[in-house]
Ligand binder design. Structure first.
Ligand SMILES: [Zn+2]
Length: 214
């Protein structure tokens, strides 16, 4: 359907410029392939230095937090380490509304079981995610080891606001047991606190991945 529209020059384009409009299907194809590459995760397979996302993040970090405007609280850091869905923080307001709604229902039902529920991380900027990864590299000694505990800016679902980290531990166990009722699933076997909206409410969660590198 899209291709059909593109082969017809728009009415406002004069026929004298027809050769230029002939390039449009090619341009559309290039854009399409680029989008597909991004959607299907080709970028994470590229060498880090070749990744436009990583280069953009590195450039932002080189300019410093003040210039990038996307680290600290503005980048999704939670100042006290814990927040609720009612806090006016980018980490919370940047969450996907459907995910926030599911968590809100879970919080309400968990409260009936006397379970406290904290959000320890929500939406993150790519720059903040890179900071977390860099810190993990320093702590664990290599990028390979770090990526088992912290996803890269290209792969972290926190960046789209599609993941939440929940605490304390008793809330994690409550959500592991009941989360599928709300569509919320534990994703990584080594992260009992990280949940995403991955199934229809009341259905079954997909099999877990070993870690964020898996
Ligand atoms: Zn997480």
């Amino acid at each position: 359907m899209v291709r059909q529209q593109l082969t017809q020059p728009p009415a406002h384009v004069s026929t004298q410029r027809a050769p230029r409009t002939d390039r449009r299907p090619m341009a559309a194809a290039v854009v399409g392939v680029t989008v597909l590459a991004a959607v299907f995760g080709i970028y994470p397979l590229l060498d880090r230095a070749d990744s436009p996302v990583v280069r953009a993040v590195d450039d932002a970090l080189d300019r410093g937090p003040a210039a990038s405007g996307a680290t600290g609280v503005e980048g999704g850091e939670i100042p006290d380490g814990v927040a609720t869905l009612d806090d006016d923080l980018p980490a919370i307001t940047g969450l996907d509304p459907a995910l926030a709604d599911a968590v809100r229902q879970a919080v309400t039902d968990a409260a009936a079981d006397d379970i406290d529920f904290w959000i320890t991380s929500g939406w993150r900027s790519a720059a903040y995610q890179q900071q977390l990864l860099d810190a993990a590299v320093r702590k664990h000694g290599s990028l390979e080891a770090a990526r088992r505990v912290v996803a890269s800016p290209e792969t972290s679902r926190h960046i789209g606001g599609n993941a939440v980290d929940i605490g304390p531990t008793e809330a994690d166990y409550w959500l592991i047991q009941h989360g599928a009722d709300y569509g919320l699933c534990q994703v990584y076997a080594n992260e009992i606190w990280h949940f995403e909206l991955l199934t229809e409410p009341g259905s079954t969660c997909p099999p877990m991945l070993e870690d964020s590198a898996g």
